[in-house]
Write a protein that binds this ligand. Structure first.
Ligand code: ADP
Length: 436
């Protein structure tokens, strides 16, 4: 019955793409490297593409180069190598761009550099508009502008987001306005604090999330339609399904379209251990036995439900272990805070429910514990979730260790996992342990 209850609970929760994207931005400390080349899906035949290997080759002002070095960036990321030469040239011949690459590959830093290059700091009115799906994601972009643009003293940013009031009839002084489509629409058409005719760069970030959220894509299109002809349009997305592609080409005319293939996850550098247990208590005892080794680095423990996550965190805290817990009842801000503390090393163990952790990138976590194996509605292993939780990208990924607790009646799941990944040829070893 524990199992049945777990399934019911899982149904209730919904994964929010925008929240996942935000949490990933927060948990990540560095670039997601790629072994693939940037593919060009569509090109302007009259202007050959080129890519750069250093930031110095680009037409960047020295304040921006300083900002880049302060960020610790040594050279452009894969997507930046191609996207920056397209976006940066002088405004006399603005080239539109659609770029797709998985999150963490440097898209935000790329368009932030483009916006900071484009604005004329001496002019005090909005020149670049940037749209993001949520308040939090808009703020996150703003933080990147502040950091990379820290030496561009005269460039300022305004946020067109809920709760940020502007008086009708005033005109904004800030050169860059970042916001969500709804508030931006209100500011441009109702309050008229932004003169769209003067905008020369329009950036739309996280296009895949925009189209997934009711209304955001229509609002974005309404804003885009009112922009002047010469305005440079840039669109970014982590994924590129047909619906995203259709939306992108509606927003951006005559684009160069580039794409960086996603790194595949593999289990080949992961040691996987399975513990067969009869109850939560037994799982907890098994966990205590390995606790010393899991807290050498940072560990993440995945639970199937809120109830088991709560139970585990209480047990661990009572035994004096410092743990952080990520569950669905926390607000986004609270979740972001938990992740930040974990990222800063304040807690070495992060317990998360299945739903909360779905889609979260845990590449830098050294040890993963599955308090339950992920399963689908048919009680079969959820291979994709399993791989996403413990897998690493082949060439750049560090070695990892994964411990999975499995109920005695579910031992066949281990076998199925083994067979599945062995068939795919990306699994070296499995070890099984009867904890009692
Ligand atoms: P995306 O927008 O694709 O999710 P970001 O621009 O947020 O990616 O970059 C992901 C992480 O990599 C951030 O922590 C960012 O500071 C860092 N980063 C971006 N560009 C570079 C670079 N050229 N060199 C090193 N780190 C970078």
């Amino acid at each position: 019955d524990e199992e049945e209850e777990e399934e019911e609970e899982e149904e209730e929760d919904r994964v929010d793409l925008a929240e996942t994207s935000l949490l990933n931005k927060l948990i990540r400390t560095s670039l997601v490297e790629s072994s693939h080349r940037v593919e060009i899906l569509q090109q302007d035949p009259s202007s050959p593409l080129f890519s750069v290997k250093t930031f110095e080759e680009l037409p960047l002002k020295k304040e921006l180069l300083q900002g880049i070095y302060m960020m610790g960036f040594n050279r452009p990321s894969k997507i930046q190598e191609t996207a920056l030469p397209i976006m940066l040239p002088l405004p006399c011949r603005p080239q539109n761009l659609i770029a797709q690459s998985q999150s963490g590959t440097g898209k935000t830093a790329a368009f932030v550099l483009a916006m900071l290059s484009r604005v004329n700091a001496a002019e005090k009115y909005p020149q670049c508009l940037c749209l993001a799906p949520t308040y939090e994601l808009a703020l996150q972009i703003g933080h990147v502008i502040e950091k990379i643009g820290r030496f561009c003293a005269d460039i300022t940013v305004m946020y067109a987001v809920r709760g940020n009031r502007v008086l009708q009839g005033t005109t904004l002084q800030e050169q860059i306005v970042i916001g969500t489509p709804g508030t931006m629409l209100d500011w441009c058409f109702k309050r008229r604090v932004v003169d769209l005719k003067k905008i020369n760069m329009f950036v739309l970030d996280e296009a895949d999330i925009m189209i997934d959220t009711q209304g955001l894509s229509c609002q974005s299109i309404r804003i885009q339609r009112a922009l002047p002809k010469g305005c440079q349009m840039l669109l970014f997305s982590a994924t590129f399904k047909e619906t995203v592609r259709a939306f992108a080409t509606q927003i951006v005319s005559n684009p160069i379209m580039i794409k960086l293939r996603e790194e595949e996850l593999t289990l080949s550098n992961i040691r996987q251990y399975f513990f067969v247990c009869r109850s939560w208590e037994e799982k907890y005892r098994a966990l205590c036995n390995i606790y010393g080794s899991i807290t050498i680095g940072q560990a993440m423990i995945f639970c199937q439900t809120r109830r088991s996550a709560d139970w585990l965190s209480v047990e661990m805290s009572q035994d004096g272990h410092q743990v952080a817990i990520l569950t669905a009842e926390l607000t986004v801000a609270q979740r972001a805070d938990v992740i930040q503390r974990f990222r800063d090393g304040k807690e070495k163990v992060l317990i998360a429910t299945n739903v909360c952790a779905r889609g979260i990138d845990v590449q830098q976590v050294t040890i993963v514990v599955n308090f339950s194996l992920p399963t689908n509605q048919r009680s079969e292993p959820d291979f994709e979730t399993y791989l996403h939780r413990i897998g690493r990208t082949g060439r750049f990924g560090k070695r990892g260790v994964a411990f999975s607790m499995v109920e005695s009646q579910n031992v066949r799941l281990v076998q199925m996992i083994e067979e599945h990944f062995q068939a795919l040829g990306n699994c070296d070893e499995q070890e099984m342990d009867e904890s009692r």
